[in-house]
Write a protein that binds this ligand. Structure first.
Ligand code: SAH
Length: 215
């Protein structure tokens, strides 16, 4: 019998703690959430590999380190209202659900949204809402959000996102062109936005009004 818990422990030690992720709540969530359940094939031997994995429809579940880094950047204390753009498998949403008050996650592809909604429900996450739509418009119905995380590559920060970000809020997004981006943290204080660049990264494109066209 495969020991998924032991695999996650090793993933956290070598890929996350070993590379400087130090928020104990983030490390604990990554150790707890069953990553393999969010994959098209839960038996995939590469479930905890140090790389992104295909989840079908041309999309990917991010590398564990990228999930941890982006989550750590959000500085979650436990009560925040969080918006995620790009649900994909739902794995990042589960990590956010462990660490915040309420999560709204938006996915443009209904098939992926349905899959994510199902796994999140099976695992008992009652504080996550999966919505289908163009997340480049954010999700105005539940705004404002204390935190926004964009997990698809965007050409720039879409205005609806900063409009829907609460004062003292934080947003993390990969910004750049289709082939490569810079992980960027934006903070909002008294209506003023501050940008901080973290590192290079490569995400699948945000497809929509404030993103790119399909091809
Ligand atoms: N966070 C995901 C990985 C995201 S991959 C996880 O944990 O698995 C990026 C996702 O963004 C893809 O599923 C893609 O379909 C979605 N996406 C792309 N453009 C979008 C848009 N405009 N609105 C919502 N989702 C979008």
């Amino acid at each position: 019998m495969r020991d998924y818990e032991a695999e996650r422990k090793r993933m956290v030690e070598s890929q996350l703690r070993g590379r400087g992720i130090c928020d104990p709540r983030v490390l604990a969530a990554m150790e707890k959430v069953p990553r393999h359940r969010f994959l098209p094939d839960p038996d995939d031997a590469a479930a905890h590999g140090d790389h992104p994995l295909s989840i079908g429809s041309g999309q990917t579940i991010s590398q564990p380190y990228m999930v941890a880094l982006m989550t750590e950047c959000l500085h979650l204390a436990g009560t925040e209202r969080v918006l995620e753009i790009g649900t994909g498998s739902g794995y990042q949403a589960a990590i956010l659900a462990e660490l915040s008050g309420r999560v709204v996650t938006v996915e443009r592809l209904a098939s992926l949204a349905d899959g994510a909604r199902q796994v999140l429900a099976d695992l008992g996450y009652a504080n996550v809402e999966v919505e289908v739509g163009d997340g480049s418009f954010g999700w105005p119905d539940n705004a404002p959000y204390d935190r926004i995380i964009v997990t698809a590559a965007a050409p720039e920060i879409a205005e609806p996102w900063t409009d829907q970000l609460a004062d003292r809020g934080r947003l993390v997004a990969p910004l750049g062109d289709r082939g490569g981006q810079t992980l960027t943290v934006v903070t909002k204080r008294a209506g003023k936005l501050r940008h901080e660049n973290l590192c290079g990264c490569v995400f699948v494109p945000l497809v929509g009004e404030h993103g790119w066209q399909e091809n």
